[in-house]
Design a protein around this ligand. Structure first.
Ligand SMILES: O=C(O)c1ccc(O)c(O)c1
Ligand SMILES: [Mg+2]
Length: 584
């Protein structure tokens, strides 16, 4: 597998053909599929594109798509063969040997496999004369040929050495096709393989395919099983990504190409085929670091939550606040947000992150940049405490035991990438994507957790305009307590600015969940929110914003509750907004 070639279709990336090729090359792809529209709009001649790709170290593995060719009346066949000859000539200039032919969607096509095979045979003859090959792909919305089984029957019937299949995971998995039967196809008849994932959406399959595909591991299809079936046939060609996605189409292609390559690395690892440093065991969060520009009194809020200053960084204006196992760094330069995990082997964690194309950071400790530029530190136990001059402030406490999770607001364009990044680099498990209607628009959220490390990723679903207050939603840290009600009381006594929750919320809790009246009264009195799932219960409350961007949450997990109280997030957001506007 180390020698397995990787490719990416130019349609995955934003920009002109030159932008796309530069991005694919710098992310380390071996080859590209050139999408016809990218070539048509380019000022480079086909021979010029060939030279440009060679300079970039890219092979051109496929030219595509050629549409509506087969099973048509004779006069149309003549026109289609003529059209095909021009494209085969173009491919000779491009220096590529394989063209993708999509199954027909034309109203002129007829439902006749014999005729389709005959026509594809004629096309394969033209290709063979030039030493080229035809890869026939069944589109999920093909007029008559819409499964790979049917395209395979036609290819078998045509029985031409220059005619084979293109298998595209989307067309197979979107419509519930059984990929296991791929194993019955001889590998040498599979001429090309295109990989795409997608979220499960109940919608027209063409729209789904053209707008919502994702890179492997970012959606809900089982690309590991699919690719396993393909490789079992002895297929020797490249693993190529073909992802039509509205966000990727407008995002920086250099970032998208790295994301794409990371998805292939993760896929290979899931197949046991990649030589990557294994993810070391994690032991929860070591610390979280908040950017607190001068004038934002994060310290005052932390003191109210029962934290004390436990140290001062030896060289930087960074304070260490602690309460039992919860450690927060407050960075007065206001420069960065960082998360730090406690790793069994920080060096290996960093090597793995770099193998997964994370940007290493020179921070004196093992650290890399995540896609949203959050800094990710790998600590070994309490080794990092050596960077701090201890400050033996007296220990008050309000019941916090550690960091439960860190919520990271993601730039819209980086949401899918971030989930794949944290999953592959840290070995976190991803929860399904959830969406909720917040006061200022839809929010998409996804949690990633493993071995005591929990992150939630959020993004506004639609770019926001002037009205919405929080284009950059605040980041927040959630602390764990064994008793949320007791912690809330203790924190109020310490002067913590806890967020007030409206009475309507508690009336609804009462209606929906028939809670014990005593518990409900306590929740209401302390502005503690409540949720439950099939595993347990969740009590949580928030502070007001400390400055523009930072607030804290305190959570109590009872039983095996697995969630994050997402259903309550709109209540929190409205309350923060209310506070900001009315000073209440
Ligand atoms: O959406 C399409 O038309 C289209 C074209 C070429 C492909 O390889 C494909 O999977 C889809
Ligand atoms: Mg395809």
């Amino acid at each position: 597998m180390a020698e397995r070639r990787t490719a990416i279709a130019t349609v995955c990336l934003s920009g002109t053909l030159e932008d796309k090729l530069a991005a694919a090359s710098s992310a380390g792809f071996d080859g590209v599929e050139i999408f016809e529209n990218d070539l048509l709009a380019s000022r480079l001649s086909p021979a010029g594109i060939r030279r440009h790709c060679a300079d970039l170290g890219l092979s051109i593995d496929l030219y595509q798509p050629f549409r509506d060719f087969e099973a048509v009346p004779p006069e149309l066949l003549r026109a289609n063969l003529r059209r095909a000859e021009r494209k085969l000539d173009l491919m000779a200039e491009l220096g590529t040997g394989t063209i993708l032919v999509c199954s027909s969607v034309s109203p002129d096509a007829v439902d006749d496999d014999e005729l389709a095979a005959e026509h594809l045979h004629a096309l394969a003859e033209l290709a063979a004369e030039r030493g080229m090959r035809i890869a026939y792909e069944a589109l999920a919305w093909g007029r008559f040929v819409n499964t790979y089984q049917r395209s395979w029957r036609i290819v078998r019937r045509a029985a031409h050495p220059a005619l084979g299949l293109c298998l595209d995971s989307f067309h197979i998995l979107s419509v519930g096709g059984d990929p296991a039967a791929i194993r019955t196809i001889p590998g040498e008849k599979i001429f090309f393989v295109q990989l795409a994932d997608a979220p499960r959406l109940a919608m027209d399959v063409l729209q789904w395919s053209r707008h919502h595909r994702l890179f492997p591991g970012q959606g809900e299809f089982d690309l590991t099983a699919f690719t396993g079936h393909v490789l079992a046939t002895g297929y020797r060609g490249p693993l190529s990504l073909e992802v039509f996605n509205d966000v990727f189409r407008q995002a920086d292609p250099r970032l998208t190409a790295v994301d794409a390559m990371r998805s292939l690395l993760a896929l290979r690892e899931s197949l046991g085929l990649a030589e990557l440093p294994e993810a070391p065991a994690l032991h929860g969060h070591a610390f979280a670091e908040l950017a607190a520009p001068a004038g934002e009194d994060v310290g005052k809020v932390l003191a109210g939550l029962g934290f004390t200053v436990a140290g001062h960084h030896r060289t930087k204006p960074v304070q260490l606040w602690a309460q039992n196992g919860a450690r927060v760094l407050v960075n007065k330069t206001g420069e960065r947000t960082a998360i730090a995990v406690d790793s069994e082997d920080p060096g290996r964690s960093a090597r793995r992150a770099e193998a997964y194309l994370a940007q290493p950071l020179r921070r004196g400790r093992e650290a890399v940049a995540a896609p949203d530029s959050t800094e990710l530190f790998f600590c070994g136990g309490d080794d990092w405490l050596a960077d701090f001059e201890p400050a033996g402030e007296a220990g008050r406490t309000a019941g916090i035991t550690g960091i439960d999770h860190v919520a990271l607001t993601q730039p819209f364009d980086q949401f899918e990438e971030a989930a794949l990044f944290y999953r592959s680099v840290l070995g976190l498990r991803l929860d399904p994507v959830v969406e909720f209607a917040a006061p200022f628009g839809l929010v998409r959220s996804r949690a990633a957790a493993h071995q005591g490390v929990r992150l939630t990723l959020d993004t506004a679903l639609v770019r926001r305009g002037e009205w919405a207050p929080a284009v950059r939603e605040p980041q927040h840290i959630a602390f764990a307590t064994g008793d949320a009600i007791a912690s809330a009381k203790a924190m109020r006594a310490l002067g913590a600015p806890l967020l007030d929750i409206p009475g309507n919320y508690y009336d609804d809790l009462e209606a929906r969940l028939d809670l014990d009246p005593g518990l409900l009264a306590e929740l209401r009195a302390q502005s503690v929110l409540y949720d439950r799932d099939e595993h347990g219960e969740f009590l949580h409350f928030y502070t007001e914003l400390a400055g523009e961007r930072v607030f804290f949450e305190v959570v109590q997990r009872i039983g095996g509750y697995r969630g994050y109280g997402v259903a309550n997030a709109p209540i929190r957001m409205a309350a923060h907004r209310d506070r900001r506007l009315n000073g209440r």
